[in-house]
Ligand binder design. Structure first.
Ligand code: SME
Length: 163
């Protein structure tokens, strides 16, 4: 198997489709959740432009705990309901925040972060497994297309992490 997953697609929709199939290939047959989250974070980081952080917080006993990521060291534990990630975890709703400074309770791990997209990863049993967190130094970085694309990536991971 080759691990050369450089994706250069003409448009965002195609890029996310390529990203989802690359991710499916990477996680296929691998049951270890940390390995799969690590490769997913690296793939997203390598592919999406204008990110300063890409990674996961895992649901460990009802608290978010830092998982595999790319970018600067980050806050380790986040309570459900706290900040953008904690809100996504508690509500199971995608949080697409154009300006993090306008989000009540935003946790500034890196002052360079200006916008953020957090997608809950929910298993077949309805349990929250983790959240996928993307941060950008650019205000309004994440479009509806990014949201749809990342929801599709989260679905690939929900299957893989639930096995
Ligand atoms: N800003 C996030 C915290 C996680 S870091 O950005 C990696 C939040 O408010 O949940």
């Amino acid at each position: 198997m080759t691990y050369d997953f450089r994706i250069a697609a003409a448009d965002t929709g195609t890029m996310y489709r390529d990203l989802a199939s690359a991710l499916e290939g990477l996680v296929a047959g691998e049951p270890d959740p940390i390995a799969n989250m690590a490769n997913a974070a690296a793939l997203i980081w390598e592919t999406l432009p204008d990110l300063n952080w890409a990674g996961f917080y895992r649901n460990v006993g009802g608290e978010l705990v830092l998982g595999p990521f790319q970018g600067r060291p980050a806050c380790i534990r986040i309570a459900f309901g706290s900040g953008v990630c904690g809100t996504a975890a508690e509500t199971r709703q995608v949080q697409r925040v154009a300006d993090v400074n306008a989000f009540p309770g935003h946790i500034a791990c890196d002052s360079a972060s200006a916008s953020e997209l957090v997608v809950p990863i929910v298993g077949a049993d309805g349990e929250l497994i983790a959240v996928l967190d993307l941060d950008s130094p650019r205000t309004g970085r994440f479009s509806e297309e990014d949201e749809a694309g990342c929801v599709a990536l989260a679905a690939v991971l929900a299957n893989a992490l639930n096995d």
